[in-house]
Design a binder for this molecule. Sequence first.
Ligand code: PGA
Length: 261
Amino acid sequence: MTKRVAFIAGNWKMNLDHQQGIALVQKLAWTLKDAAHDYSSAEVVVFPGFTSIRSIQTLIDADKLEVRLGAQDISAQDSGAFTGEVSGVALKKLDVEYVLIGHSERRQYHNEDDAVVQAKTAAAFRHGIVPVICVGETAEELETEGSAAVPVRQALAALKNHETLGDFVVAYEPVWAIGTGQVATPEVAASVCSKIRVAIAEEHGAEIADRTRILYGGSVKAANVAGFLKSVDVDGVLVGGASLDAEEFSGIARFQKHLAL
Ligand code: PGA
């Protein structure tokens, strides 16, 4: 089995201006440095809003930080008359390595359906940016379909009809667990992540499934992260609220400390 490097992602959502973003990344990098964090065993990626990306890129570059940079969205188009959109061309130019696609807040408030998510995934592949494809069931879907059906279906839909699949990450985030303080149990998270991996293997082959990182997200904190990451099926976490606090987020990045206890 391929060794998958843990992926610790901080989705800032619509929080922090660029100065606050710089301060947060500086504090995060210092805290992780003090703790001798091993980035080769747990990658740390921040996903600021668009207006902060250039500032954070400059900081990472100037201070040679090992924190990586992601964006929260990407246009399905590459350029042209698409007011308000941000293209993969522009993101790539700012050294953006990852992009969130299909976050439940985009699906819910911006009507992004599976076709939009697929098109944005294609845009990310075109520009050599790794899509972090977000999937998850609502509370109602949990009632009617259980926990795995919707995330599996959404993941397969995002991965359909690409000439070649680039590297991608999948984040399983039950909608009812996002920002609510309610978490899936580690067992349910592991079981859904494992079912997503099996479905990817069936559709795209064992080799791709084996190297793909599958994350859990939804009310993850330093105090509960180890429970999720002790499973071999969960390769990292996508963190919202708790990523806005450098101490808390670095505690999450250093989950291995808890595992060793
Ligand atoms: P949360 O958000 O950690 O605040 O629940 C997770 C996410 O939406 O990615």
